[in-house]
Ligand binder design. Structure first.
Ligand code: FAD
Length: 356
C-alpha cells in the first residue's frame, strides 16, 4: 500500500477544510486533503440544472453579522444577494383551520445567498489549490500516532504527516474514525454529545418555469405548523430569471422513498397554489440523515447545537499533532458557515504560531 507523505493532512473537503487549505497557501507547506465523498463541499451542495435555478441542498443563507465569511467571499470576488421574502407569507397555524396570508414584519436583518449558488464558494476555494492536493473517495478509517507524526489510513491509501486536522463534525469523527491512542475520556464524552448542525434535516426544492406565487394574494414564503414542510422560500436565482421554491421537510420522513416524499410535498403545496405546482420542472431533495459522511446516530438524545463551540475543541490533541476543527467546534457561530471559516482561521493561526 502506497504511503503519501506531506507536512499537513486535512481530513474533509468541506468549507472548513478548503478554507484552511486556502489560508495555508501562504505557508511553505505540503498539504494533503483527504475526502471520503466523490465531491467537494460536504454540507455545501448546490444542485445545478442547465438553464434552471440552482437549488441549495445544504447551506444557503448568511447574514451581515457573519463577518469572516463575508470577508472571505469578498476576497474571492463572490457576490451575495438578498433572500426574497415578499411582504406577505402563507401561514398555516393549525391543521383544523385553513392557511392564511399574513403580513410580514419589516425585515431588519435580511438573509443573503451567494450568487451562482453556495457551491461557487467551494469551487472558488478549490481553484486556488493544486489538483494533486485533493484526494477524493478516501474514507479515513483510522488515525494512529507514530513517533514522527500521525498516520491516516483509508482502505487502500495511507497518508502520513506531522500534523493532522480533522474537519469532521466531532460526533462523526468519534463514531467513524478509530483513534490510536484513544482521546481523553472527557473529550470522548463531549464528542458523543456534540450535535452536528442540520444532520437530521431534509431539504426539498422544485424548479418552475414561472414564479406563479408572486401575486398579491399569494407568496413564496411559507410557514406551516402543520407540515410536513415547515418553511419554504422563493429560491429564484440572482438574475431573477430562473425560479424555484425551496424549503425543509420534516426530518421524520427520512426513511420514506423519494416518490412518497414528493407526494407529500405536492399535497401540501397544492393547498396553497392549486394546480400550478403540478407544473414543476424538477424535484430535488437531500436527506442528510442518510448521508454516512455527515450523520451518525447518537447514543442518547442530543439537542440542536448542544456542545457546539466547546472550549475542549480549541486545543490540539495527541501531543499537539491532531486538531479537531469543523463548523461545530468554532467559538462563535458554531454549526454555521461562519463557524467553519472561523474554525479554519483558528487552526491556521495556531499552526502559524507554532511554525514561528
Ligand atoms: C441542510 C443544511 C442546511 C444548512 N443551512 C445553512 C445555512 O443556511 N447557513 C449556514 O451558515 N450554514 C448552514 N448549514 C451548515 C453548513 O453547511 C455547515 O456549517 C458547513 O458547511 C460545515 O462545513 P465543515 O467543513 O465544517 O463540515 P462538513 O461540510 O460536514 O465537511 C466535513 C467533510 O468531511 C468529509 N468526511 C466525513 N467523513 C469522512 C471520513 N471518514 N474520511 C474523510 N472525509 C470524511 C465529509 O464528506 C465532508 O466533506 C446547513 C447545513 C445543512 C446540512
Amino acid at each position: 500500500m502506497e504511503t503519501i507523505k506531506s507536512d499537513l493532512i486535512i481530513i474533509g473537503a468541506g468549507l472548513t477544510g478548503l478554507t484552511l487549505a486556502y489560508l495555508l497557501r501562504a505557508q511553505n507547506l505540503q498539504v494533503s486533503i483527504v475526502e471520503a465523498r466523490d465531491r467537494l463541499g460536504g454540507r455545501i451542495l448546490t444542485s445545478y440544472e442547465d438553464g434552471n435555478a440552482p437549488i441549495e441542498m445544504g447551506a444557503t443563507w448568511l447574514g451581515s453579522k457573519h463577518t469572516e465569511l463575508n470577508a472571505l467571499l469578498q476576497e474571492l470576488g463572490l457576490a451575495v444577494f438578498e433572500q426574497i421574502l415578499g411582504q406577505k407569507a402563507i401561514y398555516e397555524p393549525i391543521s383544523t383551520s385553513p392557511h392564511q396570508l399574513v403580513t410580514l414584519p419589516p425585515n431588519n436583518e435580511p438573509s443573503f445567498r451567494i450568487k451562482g449558488g453556495t457551491s461557487t464558494l467551494i469551487q472558488s476555494l478549490a481553484s486556488t489549490l493544486k489538483a494533486n492536493q485533493i484526494h477524493l473517495n478516501q474514507v479515513v478509517q483510522s488515525i494512529q500516532a507514530l513517533d514522527s507524526g500521525l498516520e491516516v489510513s483509508c482502505s487502500n491509501q495511507v497518508f502520513r504527516a506531522p500534523i493532522v486536522v480533522s474537519t469532521l463534525p466531532p460526533h462523526l469523527l468519534l463514531t467513524r474514525i478509530k483513534l490510536m491512542p484513544e482521546l481523553p475520556s472527557s473529550l470522548i464524552s463531549l464528542m458523543k454529545q456534540t450535535h452536528t448542525w442540520m444532520g437530521e434535516s431534509i431539504k426539498v426544492g422544485l424548479r418552475f418555469a414561472a414564479p406563479f406565487w408572486r401575486k398579491p394574494d399569494s407568496s413564496g414564503t411559507i410557514f406551516s405548523n402543520v407540515g410536513p414542510i415547515p418553511e419554504m422560500y422563493d429560491h429564484a436565482d440572482f438574475e431573477d430569471q430562473s425560479y424555484a421554491l425551496k424549503g425543509f421537510l420534516n426530518g421524520a420522513y427520512y426513511s420514506m422513498s423519494k416518490a412518497d416524499r414528493l407526494k407529500l410535498v405536492l399535497m401540501q403545496l397544492r393547498k396553497y397554489y392549486g394546480k400550478d405546482v403540478e407544473q414543476y420542472l424538477e424535484y430535488e431533495e437531500a436527506v442528510w440523515r442518510t448521508e454516512p459522511f455527515t450523520y451518525a446516530p447518537y447514543e442518547g438524545h442530543v439537542l440542536p447545537h448542544q456542545n457546539n463551540g466547546h472550549r475542549l475543541y480549541h486545543s490540539p490533541y495527541l501531543n499537539g499533532k491532531l486538531f479537531i476543527a469543523g463548523a461545530e467546534t468554532a467559538a462563535q457561530f458554531p454549526g454555521y458557515m461562519e463557524g467553519a471559516v472561523r474554525s479554519a482561521q483558528h487552526v491556521y493561526d495556531t499552526i502559524k504560531a507554532q511554525l514561528g
